[in-house]
Write a protein that binds this ligand. Structure first.
Ligand SMILES: NC(=O)C1=CN([C@@H]2O[C@H](COP(=O)(O)OP(=O)(O)OC[C@H]3O[C@@H](n4cnc5c(N)ncnc54)[C@H](OP(=O)(O)O)[C@@H]3O)[C@@H](O)[C@H]2O)C=CC1
Ligand SMILES: CC1=C(/C=C/C(C)=C/C=C/C(C)=C/C=O)C(C)(C)CCC1
Length: 355
């Protein structure tokens, strides 16, 4: 046996437990008690986990909550539960599948037509370490749902957010962004061997870079954009990791994990804080590690990568220049015209005709 394996494992376990304990201790309560009566919240992936607890807390604080989910049975069950508990009747279930451009456009059209305002958009839905699946439009699933889906949704709701200003966009990233890299030559994992962990990390780095470029484009509009890591939270996110199938996990590691990590209710505190706190009304372009503003990883501070990702993402999802946040005035024309390089990134499956 390699003599380093034992000390490295022990050190890894100690550091890992330290991170979990720190999260557990610091995730105790939401620092803001501000209410949001009269405000409308759109939140994705709200039928379970962090999203459901965020929706519940924001409903308690008086908001009108639009829960965007892909499984309507689960979504309606969650809205019934939240309405019953909070006595807030303005909690609604609406269909959105972030793995489908068509579905995202239908959801956004519905919100734009039916809702008077959107004050808070929470890009919460996520998928982690799934097999090498593709979205309806041919994108690698984690990049497609976690980044591209929210990129498109956010842009399609921007006019509504601007007309409701001051308003806020919150995107759930992860500490996992630190190990992520954006492979602009193969965003969809078509050329190299699929690595499901690194695909998740790439998508979470994309969340931070997207937020950075979005905040830059939204300067002066009254719409802010921030991203966050919610801590390590016991949710269904690990459903594709196989942990629940292993007997060691279910007998020993599972219960230990649940004791150490945060509950979904605690995991919702950062999203709620960024959504409601009066003192954060002008905070934008920031990354929060749980409740603390932190500098993200060096790759997440790369403005040219953020701009390039915006450009490629717009081309991939077929977002027209008139539909997206324009670059700041001094830069002139939109950067999102497809170039030879972005064309090369287009999915194998053709985009739907009506985009
Ligand atoms: N839990 C943790 O420790 C951490 C979580 N995060 C981030 O927090 C966010 C919330 O995750 P969490 O609550 O933990 O995970 P869960 O798996 O419990 O919840 C994820 C939600 O996303 C939804 N979702 C997945 N795919 C799609 C899709 N194609 N269209 C619409 N909705 C979809 C799920 O719907 P359905 O139930 O139908 O599958 C579910 O509602 C994610 O962005 C995650 O990356 C970041 C760091 C740590
Ligand atoms: C432990 C465990 C689970 C949860 C795993 C989770 C919730 C992992 C979270 C991952 C993180 C921290 C992602 C960061 O971006 C299951 C599968 C529910 C079943 C039982 C064992």
């Amino acid at each position: 046996m390699n003599k380093y394996i034992l000390p490295v494992s022990v050190l890894g376990t100690v550091v890992g437990c330290g991170v979990l304990l720190k999260d557990h201790v610091t995730g105790g309560s939401c620092p803001s008690k501000d209410k949001i009566k009269g405000k409308t919240v759109v939140i994705t992936g709200a039928n379970t986990g962090i999203g459901k607890e965020t929706a519940r807390e924001l409903a308690k604080r008086g908001g009108r909550i639009i829960m965007g989910c892909r499984d309507m049975e689960k979504c309606e069950a969650a809205t019934r539960e939240i309405r019953g508990e909070t006595l807030n009747s303005q909690v609604y279930a609406r269909h959105i599948d972030l793995a489908s451009i068509k579905s995202i456009r239908e959801f956004a059209n519905w919100v734009n037509q039916e809702e008077e305002r959107v004050d808070i958009l929470i890009n919460n839905a996520g998928v982690m370490r799934c097999p090498h699946w593709k979205t309806e439009d041919g994108f690698e699933m984690q990049f497609g749902v976690n980044h591209l889906g929210h990129f498109l949704l956010t842009n399609l709701l921007l006019e509504k957010l601007k007309s409701s200003a001051p308003s806020r966009i919150i995107t759930l990233s992860s500490l996992a962004h630190i190990v992520g890299e954006i492979d602009f030559d193969d965003l969809n994992w078509e050329k190299k061997k699929y690595n499901t962990k690194m695909a998740y990390c790439q998508s979470k780095l994309a969340n931070v870079l997207f937020t950075r470029e979005l905040a830059r484009r939204l300067q002066g509009t009254g719409v802010t954009a921030n991203s966050l890591h919610p801590g390590v939270v016991a949710t269904e996110l690990g459903r594709h990791t196989g942990m629940h199938q292993s007997s060691l996990s279910s007998s020993v590691l599972g219960p230990l994990f649940y004791m150490l990590v945060k509950s979904p209710k605690q995991g919702a505190h950062p999203s709620v804080y960024l959504a409601v706190a009066k003192e954060l009304e002008e905070a934008t372009g920031r990354y929060y590690d749980v409740l603390q503003e932190k500098e993200p990883a060096p790759l997440a501070l790369d403005d040219s990568a953020a701009l390039r990702l915006w450009d490629v993402s717009a081309a991939l999802v077929g977002l027209k220049p008139a539909e997206m946040a324009p670059p700041p005035k001094e830069e002139g024309v939109s950067v999102a015209t497809p170039t030879a390089q972005t064309q090369a990134q287009l999915p194998v499956t053709p985009l739907p005709e009506k985009v």
